[in-house]
Write a protein that binds this ligand. Structure first.
Ligand code: NAP
Length: 254
């Protein structure tokens, strides 16, 4: 059966875990050749093994999205390995420290902005020329519900995720006539290792409190986000660009 992404080559940053891993698996399942990149080589290689075990094509490249030379090498690797670049999911991100704005650690701010905001800029800066050369492109930048509203003790994350909307819209305006679409996806709280690292444990009061902020009174799953990302990457979304797609179980409906 034909896949939605047959013949396409794509990159997923932060593809070794959580949402990025699920997106990479689904991209390959829809026929794309996938370059999985991450800072944790073992995790990225594990995603590649999972794709290959399911009969798909994938390769791993180490890339810290905050480092321009590594991001450029990642895109070059994709083009050298598979001959083109059509798809990119700029997904890598971190939570960062928890503190009110008046006490927020400046080094924590710098780190979150460098990965969650500059990482998306550096990714698109390298990906867009490669997509122009390839004749078409679709980019999905992973923002958050916190790209629209605040969340106490998270000023850097919230500012970065708001910034991703502007970056996405700008690139969409610039590249729309070159057959390249650029959109952002905004998950609610999703059960991934990122939130475990932030100290939120399943079954805790905090976990339940956060679940209750969603109309569906639960956390989301990575595959529920991947579903929307795949659609945006595919030609089914051929007239969708510069848009924000919320996947949040009703968090923002309140
Ligand atoms: P995750 O499971 O922690 O996966 C993120 C991956 O990115 C990890 O493998 C991580 O490596 C990697 N990474 C971290 N810093 C990197 C860097 N500088 N360069 C390249 N890779 C890097 O997190 P996730 O929950 O799937 O999050 C994916 C994206 O969704 C993020 O942008 C996040 O902000 C966004 N998001 C998540 C949620 C949620 O509730 N989970 C909600 C809204 C938006 P390490 O293992 O070393 O960290």
């Amino acid at each position: 059966m034909a896949g939605l992404l047959d013949g396409k080559v794509g990159i997923v940053t932060g593809g070794g875990s959580g949402i990025g891993r699920e997106v990479a698996l689904r991209m390959a399942g829809e026929g794309a050749k996938v370059v999985v990149s991450d800072v944790v080589d073992d995790h990225g290689a594990e995603t590649v093994s999972m794709i290959e075990a399911a009969g798909g094509s994938a390769a791993f490249v180490h890339a810290d999205v905050a480092v321009q030379s590594e991001v450029e090498a990642m895109v070059k690797f994709a083009v050298d390995t598979y001959g083109a670049l059509h798809l990119a999911v700029n997904n890598a991100g971190i939570g960062g420290p928890a503190a009110v704005t008046g006490e927020y650690p400046v080094d924590g701010w710098d780190k979150v902005i460098s990965i969650n905001l500059s990482g998306v800029f550096l990714g698109m800066r390298a990906e867009l020329p490669a997509m122009v050369a390839s004749g078409s492109g679709s980019i999905v930048n992973i923002s958050s519900i916190l790209g629209f509203v605040g969340f106490e003790q998270s000023c850097a994350y919230v500012a970065a995720k708001h910034g991703v909307i502007g970056l996405t819209q700008n690139a969409a305006l610039e590249y729309g006539t070159q057959n390249i679409r650029v959109n952002s996806v905004h998950p609610g709280f999703i059960d991934t290792p990122l939130v475990a690292q932030a100290g939120m444990e399943k079954g805790s009061d905090l976990w339940d409190f956060i679940a209750a902020k969603h109309a569906m009174n639960r956390w989301g799953k990575p595959e529920e986000v991947a579903e929307v990302v795949i659609w945006l990457l595919s030609d089914k979304a051929s007239f969708v660009t510069g848009s924000q797609y919320v996947v949040d179980g009703g968090y923002l409906a309140q």
